[in-house]
Design a binder for this molecule. Structure first.
Ligand SMILES: Nc1ncnc2c1ncn2[C@@H]1O[C@H](COP(=O)(O)OP(=O)(O)OP(=O)(O)O)[C@@H](O)[C@H]1O
Length: 966
């Protein structure tokens, strides 16, 4: 097989003009002499005699015609760029295969075929019968997979070894003919090659060549089929299972560890690498001119945003630019330019043209011109490898929704694989040299001892000699920034958990952190909790996942374009990937109207996406009501956390009181996402703040979690009360240190470099962790959403965004007047507004008692629900006759109170009561529920008490986030 030749990549100077590179010999040679033909074979344009040019033209035309046809067989791969095809070589292999077949298989005769046959057959013996097959396979690969040089070379070498081993075996099988037996004897066995290969070994024993060449033939088979040794047992088992239709080791499918898993991962890695290569090719072909690896498979025009979108388009002169073999090379040249900048800065040559050869590999010793300090070769921390897009193991429990609907979670390969992480690049070594130089120039007795490269920034570790002050390094921040030619240098002193100073410097070649990789990482696989989301990658390259249920509420803030919406998208997509609508329901508030529209109609939604700030404020009030309802249940059945309640319900241990028609179901987690808090706070600041404070103070145990995003982290939006109750923070780049303080209570976010670079401060953490947020493209979101919508259609609740209804009492009372009158008497005379009491005393079900309580509230007899507390009774026993009369639609008996109708009085009392409650912070989680507990349904409690084990709910023992290992 011919190998492709290409000219060496050339470097370009900062002006964008091609630089003379000592390695390539300058541009002159390139433009004048060689060119790469479409088939990838290097030829010279000039100086060829015309018959040769005509012949080569005819050959290539034929090759392209045949190659074009072969590429369309089965899966059409005609998209392979013309400059990567190797049709000439493919046609050569094909022609040879056909030619040998004509006489070896079909017996073509004549002086020419006879002569060739004698040579081929004399060399390989009867193994020559297999040559057309081998050549045909090579030709097929060259036509269809020309870019896979390694694969093609491997198959070629494998066939050569196989043919050689085959001749050895054929020689033994042919009776070990001696050379004296003549040419004919050898041709009937393994030919001359077989004779040479086998006869020396056969001297020892005739079985020896069989064993040796048998083993070699087996190895050649492994080479051709790219089968690692480790996978042989599994593949054989797979083949056996396939043949027999059995499943020998079902457990292995659960993605357990062990050798099987490893080899499986190896396989998937290889497949992923090939897929990524293919994607890159497509991307290069120019899909919409956007994309790169992640976007290249963007289907049906769902291009959406790109990661690291730039307003400024690089103005590279296409003619002057070197022909980069692939994007990685493009990345490299970017990094080279960066290194060059650092060198120039160190040498005081900023703005001047670099001397020739400046982009050669940076030595890890001191750079010239700045004192010549020796830069040590510092170790880099290994980064977590990109997990292959292997399917996430099936959930152990059945995903059966209520109503017996089978629900399948989206496949993990809907989310693409990200770029492979790099452990170190030349730019890192250059920065180490620059830092070492700077420390030496300023006589600081410290050294760079290592670095860890994250997707966005690299953190260099500096250790001080005993007696050296930390301030000596921190005071150098400007000089360090100057030396490494970057204004976004962040100094950490110390790195949490280490006696070292950290200097975070942005990478010139950032890596995209794909949400798919984060969700496929071991950390995410370790838990099946439906509220786990992929956050991103930390500075050490470890995957960060977080459990939203443990946060329990989060503030996401940052300037425009810093990456909030992308984060929210990752969060929602994580939930859709991992949770059924029975497990997590969402309320999405998107006043910007465009950010979340992609999710419209997913069955996890409880209400259509809310875009009106006013409706959003009402929706928050609905959430408060929902929370109250959940608390009522928790209190009535004696549970402290919704997880415990749900467990008991699933175990069939929560039984509604006799007479109740209610069917108790587990409560899903409720995730409320507000994608611009500022818009809501402008419309109804008090109501919104009240609802948020109320929800955040209580909702954790009710399984309700808030995520509030804003680009205006000012004190009028993120008020003190909101801040105090939203413990987890995600700060993207802010425009000022003041904003950073509002979000994190400390500076730092103003130094972030935007586009997903964030400081993550989960509840309980003392120091924020720097992460690069996970990225999910719109086409990925589209695939996930389509899948989810295909599983189940959405059922919205119509009461969420609607104004709480003013009840038409009289119509509503209907047949219940008598029992309502009894309830009123009961509540007013005992001055105790408890639903459970009504249930017991009036012998009605929970639903009916709740309805009676609602009626009493709307008639002003009791105050609003206050979670699990008993309601305030607003009517004094003295006023009872008037209230009863009003209920019956009769004239109110005269009252000397002179305060007007009971409703008016109670409405006023109700309003006062509500606002007073909020002002005095009566909704503290510690507020006494004793009264309500007394009134709680004792039967229900005794039924449920066994199941109240307090597990994974509130124990707080498990961290809200995990930082991985590798
Ligand atoms: N995690 C990420 N990885 C890569 N690129 C990102 C990431 N997050 C954001 N970006 C880039 O930054 C751009 C802006 O991000 P995004 O729309 O999320 O910002 P935002 O903070 O929501 O802005 P706004 O408040 O104006 O909506 C994206 O289009 C993308 O190019």
């Amino acid at each position: 097989m011919a190998t492709r030749t290409s000219s060496a990549p050339q470097s370009s100077s900062r002006t964008g003009k091609p630089a003379r590179s000592p390695r390539s010999g300058g541009t002159a040679a390139r433009s004048k002499g060689t060119s790469t033909t479409r088939s990838g074979v290097t030829s010279t344009d000039s100086g060829q005699p015309w018959p040769a040019r005509v012949l080569s033209g005819v050959w290539l035309a034929l090759a392209h015609a045949v190659g074009g046809g072969v590429r369309r067989i089965g899966t059409d791969v005609s998209h392979i760029p013309a400059d990567e095809r190797r049709d000439g070589a493919g046609l050569f292999n094909l022609a040879l295969a056909v030619f040998i077949a004509t006489f070896a298989w079909w017996g073509w005769q004549g002086w020419f075929p006879d002569a060739v046959y004698a040579v081929v057959n004399g060399t390989f013996g009867w193994i020559s019968l297999l040559l057309p097959l081998m050549l045909g396979v090579c030709a097929f690969r060259l036509f269809r997979r020309p870019q896979d040089h390694r694969g093609n070379n491997r198959v070629g070498i494998g066939f050569l070894v196989m043919a050689f081993a085959g001749t050895g075996i054929a020689h033994v099988a042919g009776g070990l003919p001696a050379a004296s037996a003549g040419f004919e004897g050898l041709r009937a066995a393994g030919g001359m090659l077989g004779f040479l290969a086998a006869s020396p070994l056969a001297e020892i024993h005739p079985a020896v060549p069989v064993l040796v060449y048998g083993a070699l033939a087996f190895v050649s088979l492994l080479i051709v089929t790219a089968t690692p040794f480790a996978t042989i047992p599994r593949r054989m088992r797979g083949a056996w299972e396939h043949l027999m239709g059995v499943d020998l080791h079902p457990d292995d499918r659960e993605g357990g560890g062990g050798a099987h898993d490893r080899s499986y991962l190896e396989d998937s890695e290889r497949r992923a690498r090939e897929a990524a290569k293919e994607r890159r090719k497509k991307g290069r072909k120019g899909l919409l001119g956007r994309g790169g690896a992640d976007e290249s498979d963007a289907s049906e025009g769902y291009a959406g945003d790109e990661p690291y979108e730039q307003a400024v388009v690089d103005t590279i002169d296409p003619d002057a630019a070197p022909a980069a073999p692939d994007e990685r090379a493009a990345g490299r040249s970017q990094a080279e330019a960066a290194i060059e900048k650092i060198r120039a800065a160190q040498q005081g040559r900023v703005g001047t043209k670099a001397p020739e050869g400046a982009t050669e590999a940076i030595p890890t010793v001191g750079l010239p011109g700045a004192g010549g300090a020796a830069a040590p070769h510092v170790p880099s921390t290994p980064v977590a490898p990109t997990p292959p897009p292997a399917p996430i193991p099936q959930r152990t429990e059945q995903l059966q929704l209520a109503g017996d609907v089978a629900y399948t979670l989206p496949q993990s390969d809907f989310l693409v694989q990200g770029t492979a992480p790099k452990e170190r690049t030349e730019a890192n070594d250059a920065v180490v040299a620059a830092l070492t130089n700077t420390l030496q120039q300023f006589n600081v007795d410290a050294e760079v001892t290592g670095f860890s490269r994250g997707p966005t920034v690299t953190r260099y570790e500096i250790e001080l000699a005993p007696g050296t002050k930390v301030e000596k390094v921190t005071a150098l921040s400007k000089n360090i920034a100057y030396a490494v030619a970057s204004s976004d240098v962040r100094i950490l002193s110390p790195i949490p958990g280490k006696s070292a100073i950290g200097i975070e410097i942005p990478n010139m070649d950032r890596e995209t952190v794909s949400l798919g990789d984060v969700l496929r990482s071991n950390n995410a696989r370790r838990t099946e909790h439906p509220m786990v989301m992929g956050v991103g990658k930390d500075v050490e390259g470890g995957f960060v996942v977080a459990n939203l249920a443990k946060m329990p509420h989060m503030l996401v803030a940052g300037a425009t374009g810093a990456g909030k919406s992308s984060f929210v998208n990752s969060m929602i997509t994580s939930i859709l990937m991992r949770a059924t609508p029975d497990e997590v329901r969402m309320v999405m508030v998107d006043p910007k109207r465009v950010e979340l529209t992609a999710y419209e109609g997913v069955p996890h939604l409880i209400t259509p996406i809310i875009t009106s700030p006013k409706k959003a404020a009402e929706a928050l009030q609905w959430v408060v009501r929902e929370m109250d309802a959940r608390y009522d249940d928790l209190a009535n059945y004696g549970f402290k956390h919704i997880d415990d309640f749900n467990k008991a319900v699933r175990a069939g241990k929560v039984i509604p009181p006799a007479g109740s028609e209610r069917k108790v179901r587990p409560y899903p987690y409720l995730l409320v996402i507000v994608d611009e808090l500022a818009d809501l706070m402008m419309v109804a600041p008090r109501d919104v703040e009240d609802s948020i404070v109320r929800i955040t103070q209580l909702a954790r145990a009710a399984g309700i979690h808030l995520v509030l995003a804003t680009q205006r982290p000012s004190v009028d939006v993120v008020t003190g009360l909101i801040k105090a109750n939203v413990p987890s923070r995600m700060a993207f780049a802010t425009s000022s240190v003041t904003d950073s303080r509002v979000v994190l209570d400390q500076p730092g976010a103003e130094k972030l470099i935007g586009q997903g670079d964030a400081l993550f401060l989960p509840m309980g953490a003392s120091k924020p962790m720097r992460v690069q947020g996970a990225w999910v493209s719109e086409s990925e979101i589209h695939k996930v959403v389509e899948h989810v919508k295909g599983q189940l259609s959405v059922t919205y609740r119509d009461d969420v965004a609607a104004e709480p209804e003013k009840k038409q009492i009289d119509e509503e009372i209907g047949d219940d007047l008598e029992v309502l009158v009894q309830a009123t008497e009961l509540v007013v005379t005992t001055q105790f507004g408890s639903t459970s009491m009504l249930q017991r005393k009036l012998r009605v079900g929970f639903a009916k008692a709740g309805r009676l309580m609602d009626l009493l509230e709307s008639r002003g007899v009791v105050g609003p629900s206050e979670g699990s507390k008993a309601r305030d009774v607003l009517v004094k026993p003295d006023d009872l006759p008037a209230v009863l009369a009003a209920l019956r639609g009769q004239e109110a008996p005269s009252s000397d109170a002179g305060t007007g109708p009971a409703e008016a009085r109670t409405a006023a009392a109700l309003a006062d009561n509500a606002s007073a409650n909020h002002r005095t912070g009566e909704y503290e989680e510690s507020s006494p529920y004793a009264e309500d507990r007394v009134a709680a349904d004792l039967d229900a409690r005794s039924q449920a008490v066994d199941y109240h084990d307090g597990s994974d709910g509130e124990d707080g023992s498990e961290d809200a986030w995990q930082l991985t290992g590798r």
